[in-house]
Ligand binder design. Sequence first.
Ligand code: NDP
Ligand code: ZN
Length: 181
Amino acid sequence: MEPTGILLRALVFAAARHRDQRRKDALASPYINHPIAVATALWHEGDVRDPVALTAAILHDTIEDTGTTEAELAAAFGAEIAAVVVEVTDDKSLPKLRRKELQIEHAPHLSPAAKLVKLADKLCNLRDIIDAPPAAWPHERRAAYVAWTRDVVAGLRGACPPLEAAFDAEQARWAAAAAGA
Ligand code: NDP
Ligand code: ZN
């Protein structure tokens, strides 16, 4: 199918799967805003035109957060897109700290498309931590999250220089705000 058609089907699919979920910010934004932001960052800031990466970005949290299976994604969107989503999915049977460590360890070994999705995801979550953070998080927890995104992105460098520059600009914005706090 034509890439725009697949992307639109992915939007419908992800919106349905995330329909009852909210982000953790004070306004409890609709969850689907986040995958849309990740795909938009890839297109507009990363100049990414790969339909597999763009579609996987829309679907990137469906397995981890909605119980969607790889088989469902493969049937609807093809094995290639499903495999990228699996690559960016944490193993939720592991303790949270180990999952965080594994993201750092796995980052350099991801496929090119999965690196793009992971990088845009970290960029968007960093922006959320600065502009619309989880309501109950104290500064220290936000700072720990920001530092962790830096460690994950260190293993993704070279995948998409313009997105890396955008990420570095957000890290600088965080540091400036923290210094002024
Ligand atoms: P979580 O994994 O619990 O939450 C962060 C994730 O929530 C993001 O990766 C993002 O994932 C999603 N998310 C939803 N809404 C938002 C939003 N508005 N802004 C940002 N992210 C959002 O966080 P951590 O457990 O990693 O906590 C951060 C740091 O704080 C850790 O590195 C840890 O060292 C420290 N800490 C953790 C504690 C804990 O109990 N876990 C307690 C004290 C400190 P997605 O893209 O998948 O939606
Ligand atoms: Zn995400």
